[in-house]
Write a protein that binds this ligand. Structure first.
Ligand code: BG6
Length: 483
């Protein structure tokens, strides 16, 4: 059925669809990468004509798709692929109309860009309405549930109507170029892989920092917080890709098995160690690029002025296995931090014996950067060119800048890769059921320990790198965050 699928998009007027999904589809169309007969059925609750929806869509694309690529002629071609259907996602009758309107010859990719509470209901209604045919796919956006129990309920309900191989769970970080490159870097380069363990590595840092606050998304975000919004999925996925054993083949099953082993080997964070190993924070008013910005509780759509939801998390994690015994993984992620920065920093151990008297023992570092400027940087020591100083050492950076190296003028958005894979039915960059459940198990234990121990929520100024306690988390080990 290659290429003979249509996309049926639930939540077509939502934030994700406007900011990410339609722009990605538009870019694919613009590059000629969408299959010829590929169509999109956009579903949302509002009664709208197709023209009204397209006008709304065009205005959403402006400012997201870059101006060079957005023009009337290409938009008109793109729009010709799109239909709009008003559907109340809890109304069974509507699903029957959806099923009846489907082309008998084309498969469906049901994409659920809706809150996870609706996943089970939609899968059930699709099944009951006879809208699920052999080979149809369903796509679940993260978060899958709000904890392990709700995640399992969703997985079970969806599994009643779709076989596991047709369920595509999205964590869009896996579609990012540098995240895929992490696999290549580790498993296509012998010299890197042989230096990838507790014998060589001192510690690992993973940072996902965003300058944005949660204004405009308060209703969603306040229910989840940074642990469930970013750690349980994006951060855990990066951690798994950094730490997993080499899979025996480049297949989804093989990679998922290795990721699950890492999640199972993560040392539990419980009542006894939660205060020592974690920091939770919430932003208060501060400054960003010289402009004042409000605190979390002063966001215009804040409905809970006493909310204790965290917008920052830092964790010192350990993976209890042979490869990583004793190596700390310092993880941090937060909203309203000074810049958009996502990176993995590997710091190697110091030399066992330093023979260079004219230089202190500076460790090598490997930085894998997802944002800004996707690329890789290796920090190493070389001799300083100097006649005055003999055998002096200085640090040099070997840099690979992906955009510069490709000669392209933009790096495709993660969703572009993921849509192509969905259309081709390639599960490699999607998340398996066990992985997502194991990640919830670990995060649930952490969240429960926060509650029981009443771990204090530390305020931090918008525009800063989080609460001072996050600095302490790493500095008490004589290390510091890479900044
Ligand atoms: C989403 C989170 O999954 O990822 C958002 O819900 C976050 O809170 C976003 O802002 C970050 O994605 P990216 O690709 O901009 O790093």
């Amino acid at each position: 059925m290659k290429g003979e699928y249509d996309l049926v998009l639930f939540g077509a007027r939502g934030d994700l669809a406007g900011r990410k999904l339609f722009p990605a589809l538009y870019h694919l169309h613009h590059c000629g990468l969408l299959p010829e007969g590929f169509r999109v059925v956009a579903l949302a609750r509002q009664e709208l004509t197709r023209d009204a929806f397209l006008a709304h869509l065009e205005s959403r694309l402006q400012g997201v798709v870059d101006a060079k690529r957005l023009n009337d002629a290409t938009f008109a071609e793109f729009a010709a692929r799109i239909d709009y259907l008003a559907l109340d996602f809890t109304d069974r009758e509507g699903f029957r109309r959806l099923a009846a309107g489907r082309s008998p010859r084309r498969g469906a990719i049901y994409y659920l860009a809706v809150p996870p509470a609706l996943f089970g209901t939609i899968a059930r209604h699709l099944g009951a309405a006879g809208a699920v045919r052999e080979g149809d796919r369903i796509v679940l956006e993260k978060p899958i549930g709000v904890d392990l129990a709700s995640c399992r309920r969703i997985n079970e309900e969806v599994a009643r109507h779709f076989p596991e191989e047709n369920i595509f769970r999205i964590d869009h970080y896996l579609g990012k170029e540098t995240v895929q490159n992490l696999l290549v870097l580790r498993f296509a380069n012998r010299f890197i892989n042989t230096q990838w363990d507790q014998g060589c590595i001192d510690h690992v840092q993973i940072t996902i920092a965003e300058p944005v606050g949660v204004g405009g998304r308060f209703a969603y975000y306040d229910q989840v917080g940074q642990l469930k919004d970013m750690v349980q999925n994006h951060l855990m996925q990066l951690l798994c890709l950094v730490a997993m054993e080499p899979p025996n083949a480049m297949t989804a099953d093989s990679i998922r098995e290795e990721k699950v082993k890492i999640l199972r080997a993560l040392r539990p964070i419980d009542d006894g160690n939660v205060a020592e190993l974690t920091v939770r924070g919430q932003y208060i008013a501060g400054w960003y690029h010289g402009e004042p910005v409000p605190g979390y509780l002063e966001e215009p759509d804040c409905t809970r002025p006493d909310s204790e939801t965290e917008t920052f998390v830092a964790i010192k994690a350990f993976i209890d296995n042979w490869r990583w015994a004793g190596v700390p993984f310092y993880l941090r992620t937060g909203k309203r931090l000074p810049e958009k920065r996502t990176e993995v920093v590997i710091t190697y151990k110091s030399l066992p014996h330093n023979i260079f008297s004219a230089g202190k023992n500076i460790p090598n570092r490997l930085i894998i950067r997802l944002e800004p400027n996707e690329g890789i940087q290796m920090e190493m020591l070389a001799k300083k060119h100097s006649l005055k100083e003999k055998m002096a050492l200085e640090r040099h950076n070997l840099r690979l800048d992906f955009l510069g190296a490709t000669g392209m003028d933009r790096i495709p958005d993660a969703y572009e890769r993921l849509f192509l894979d969905l259309i081709q039915g390639d599960p490699l960059l999607f998340v398996g059921r066990e992985e997502v459940e194991e990640a919830w198990r670990w995060c649930d234990a952490l969240a429960a320990a926060w509650n029981r121990q009443q771990v204090e929520l530390k305020p931090y100024h918008a525009g800063s790198w989080g609460p001072a306690k996050a600095e302490l988390l790493i500095e008490k080990d004589d290390r510091s965050w890479h900044e």
